[in-house]
Design a protein around this ligand. Structure first.
Ligand SMILES: [Zn+2]
Length: 297
């Protein structure tokens, strides 16, 4: 853990729970994401310092707390400038915004103290204005967060943020977080056509074949969407639907899961409603979701 692993001439990653990319040139480093906490950031920093590098910039792939958790640390200890894709940058500056989106109101303190739900606030500049070294570019991976980006380095490594989960994680946890299902689905569909290369997703092993992994993620997403449409042959509230899904897949409900996966389910309901597959109806103080085919019968 926390080893600095070289993957191309100038590109490394730190092998830690949320992988951090390192691109170096002339003794200076651009980090891709900053670790999931100030403590992780300190361990990452130690490795980078041992390699004789100075951290100049943090290029965040998206605003989730486990990717920006070290922003303030690197900003304060190295004077690093933090950057994040367009409107995601606002969520880095006020991390509570992301927690509030998942919760749907002012979250309880317990969620605000959860490192997966909220990070320390740190101002970020918009990554589109980043002084990119020649050959480095952002790659659109929207959907998991509103404006998630990957980063392609000049020596051909692509950091993939959270656009895919491993087969093992998908099989075990069934759901992965996504904000905008239409964009998430488009991103996965696009990736199924990508050529082999060096890909580093944040939460799974580096791989060459991103297309196959994206295809597996896409198949699981389609499975979940079809499952929801099937379950809604019986009209039910969103809460009842979430419970039905958790029971079906024997998942453990906790406060953070309720809002992480509940928020993903809200996005799935929006997507299915926008596709015309499901609709809602009022029923004695309840809002029921139902399969459009049932409604027209
Ligand atoms: Zn994320």
């Amino acid at each position: 853990m926390f080893d600095l692993i070289q993957v191309a001439e100038h590109t490394y990653y730190v092998d830690c729970p949320v992988r951090v990319g390192v691109w170096e040139q002339a003794g200076e480093a651009i980090l891709i994401d900053s670790g999931n906490s100030p403590e992780s950031a300190a361990r990452i920093h130690a490795k980078i310092r041992d390699a004789g590098l100075r951290v100049r910039h943090i290029l965040n792939t998206h605003c989730h707390p486990d990717h920006i958790g070290g922003n303030r640390y690197f900003s304060e200890t190295c004077g690093a400038t933090c950057w994040c894709s367009s409107k995601d940058a606002a969520f880095c500056a006020v991390s509570e915004l992301g927690t509030a989106i998942m919760y749907g109101g002012r979250p309880p303190e317990r969620l605000m103290l959860d490192r997966f739900m909220k990070a320390e606030d740190c101002p970020c500049r918009e990554a589109e204005e980043f002084p990119f070294p020649e050959g480095m570019e952002l790659v659109d991976l929207a959907g998991h967060s509103m404006f998630q980006k990957g980063v392609r380095t000049p020596d051909g490594v692509c950091f993939m943020a959270d656009c895919v989960a491993s087969e093992k994680v998908l099989d075990r946890f069934v759901f992965t977080y996504a904000y905008d299902i239409a964009r998430y689905r488009n991103t996965l569909t696009r990736l199924t056509g990508w050529e082999k290369g060096i890909y580093i997703p944040s939460h799974c092993e580096p791989c060459e074949d991103i297309a196959s992994l994206a295809a597996y993620n896409l198949a699981k997403l389609e499975e979940r969407l079809a499952e929801i449409v099937g379950l809604l042959a019986q009209p039910m509230t969103a809460e009842e639907l979430l419970t039905a899904l958790f029971r079906r897949h024997k998942l453990r409900m906790t406060l953070s899961q309720r809002y992480l996966i509940g928020s993903t389910l809200s996005g799935m309901l929006s997507y299915l409603m926008d596709c015309g597959k499901i609709t809602t109806k009022s029923d004695d103080g309840r809002l029921l979701w139902l399969n459009s085919e049932v409604e027209t019968r």
